[in-house]
Design a binder for this molecule. Sequence first.
Ligand SMILES: C[S@@+](CC[C@H](N)C(=O)[O-])C[C@H]1O[C@@H](n2cnc3c(N)ncnc32)[C@H](O)[C@@H]1O
Length: 185
Amino acid sequence: MTQRYSRLARVYHEMYQSIFDYAADFRFFDQYLKKYHCHSILDSGGGSSNLTPYFIKNRYAYTGLDLAVEMLQIARDLHPDVNFIQGDMRACCVNQAFDAVIISGRSFTYMTTNDEVLNALKSIHSCLKPDGILIFDNFNAETIFLNFKPAAVLTIEQGTTHDKRVSQSTRNLETGWTWNWQATY
Ligand SMILES: C[S@@+](CC[C@H](N)C(=O)[O-])C[C@H]1O[C@@H](n2cnc3c(N)ncnc32)[C@H](O)[C@@H]1O
């Protein structure tokens, strides 16, 4: 796992509020949760809780799960009344069945082999009620490759904090529609 979710957890938490449109992400999940009458949800790979306030405000019974202790610490500090579980989406570690599991912010891309994908899907299945649903987002490879950016610089200013990210991408077609991404913060 990259340092992005450990040493740089705070930087991720703040910077991604400007990179992702969390309000739009919530609307995406919410339309399906409503359609399938879901109330209890597990946000798997939920990170530092950037999406959490939307679910709380809309009265979902929300539980967050993440692998990274440092991301969870931020989540717990911000939402002391919410249940956050440290665990791996590839190996079920919750003893509760949910109406829905959601995976946001492309967390599912960390399942990089067929075995990991299968283990994660089996694990998620075991966390769901019989009619429960899984909703997840992911990269759209076509969009990425059609607008390929070999280099990018992003600067975010929040109060007295200035975060800068310099990233480089190279196509890696040997393993499919994949690319290598490296960032310095
Ligand atoms: C790009 S962040 C997305 C976080 C959050 N969903 C958001 O939208 O801000 C990816 C998250 O997936 C978590 N993650 C990666 N592999 C995981 C695994 N096997 N099980 C649980 N969480 C995982 C990371 O620790 C990180 O917090």
